[in-house]
Design a binder for this molecule. Structure first.
Ligand code: FE2
Length: 319
């Protein structure tokens, strides 16, 4: 039997605009050649998936990647045993761990402080601090990297094997034997104290209980790590909870980590919604009324980045 499919209805402009700002994890491929300086060094290999902007990669303008305004968002996959050479740049850069355990090192004058970060932990790499990372664990690390786009200058490599650095020294981020300290925020070393101010452990971050029925933990911004660029928060939204439309003066994104999140936009009395699954992202531009709701049976964990670093001005109202 021949079946003639009905002609699909023309999509409303608002729904089309909303879908254009969604990046589906399964629509994207990881790029193993995002960092040309790593070519020829398999121990440095990592893969990048760009969602917003190009992150620390020189590649820009990729189809299916959203244009950045104040920040970029990407995922990085780091295989077991591999490391990233110690480097510095003039932009802030956050590493939010999604899977696995990542060792991050900060270097100054040949001394290194290392911290191990697990899922939902984050470090904000300060401007001009030498930093590198290494996967000493037994599973690949997946993390979300976000940088501000104020000064997208290329990184300055401090200890890279291509410049003749001894491979063992490069793997230790520039620390000779005996020159590595573990992170101890109460430690006497200034580098320990500096790193201690820039690490957030999810289990230790205070949860703000919103009257609308969900919690948020501020990672970067007032109440979290001080910054002058962007605010970053982890939201935990129980099943069935949603909020009424709200508007920001800057863009924001949601990246779902666990569960699912329905996000809606409003314009001239019209509404459109989309449901995001794990590792899907939506960028909502400045001035757009939007809302979120958990239609799932289980809780949703969502990572949120906001394009300024002011205290929260939104007063969430339960839908
Ligand atoms: Fe970096």
């Amino acid at each position: 039997m021949n079946v003639i499919a009905p002609k699909p209805l023309a999509a409303a402009p608002l729904a089309t605009a909303l879908r254009r700002n969604v990046v589906r994890h399964t629509d994207k491929l990881f790029d193993w050649d995002a960092f040309p300086s790593n070519r020829g060094y398999p121990e440095l290999a990592r893969a990048q998936m760009r969602y917003v902007g190009a992150g620390g990669s020189p590649k820009v303008g990729e189809v299916g990647t959203l244009a950045p305004e104040h920040f970029t968002v990407s995922l990085i996959h780091k295989p077991v045993g591999n490391y990233a050479a110690c480097h510095a740049h003039e932009i802030e850069e956050s590493f939010l761990i999604i899977d696995g355990v990542l060792t991050v090192g900060w270097e100054r004058d040949g001394e290194v402080v290392e911290v191990r970060l697990g899922p939902k932990d984050m470090i904000l790499n300060a401007r001009d601090i030498g930093h590198g990372f290494r996967n000493d664990g037994v599973e690949p690390v997946l993390m979300s990297i976000s940088v501000d786009v104020g000064k997208p200058l290329p990184p300055r490599y401090l200890y890279h094997p291509k410049t003749g650095t001894d491979p063992a020294l490069a793997r230790a981020f520039g620390a000779a034997p005996g020159k590595t300290l573990p992170l101890d925020p109460a430690g006497a070393h200034p580098l320990q104290q500096a790193m201690g101010r820039n690490v957030i452990r999810h289990a230790e971050a205070p949860a703000i209980r919103e009257a609308a029925g969900f919690t948020r933990r501020v990672y970067v911004g007032p109440g979290g790590i001080a910054s002058d660029t962007c605010r970053k928060e982890m939201l935990s939204i129980p099943a069935g909870i949603g909020v009424q439309p709200y508007t920001r003066a800057v863009e924001d994104v949601f990246m779902v980590l666990e569960g699912s999140l329905t996000v809606g936009w409003e314009e001239d009395g019209q509404q459109a919604e989309v449901e995001l699954g794990p590792r899907d992202l939506l960028l909502t531009p400045a001035g757009r009324p939007h809302w979120f709701r958990n239609d799932g049976a289980g809780p949703c964990t969502a990572w949120s980045v906001v394009g300024d670093c002011e205290a929260e001005t939104v007063r969430y109202a339960r839908a």
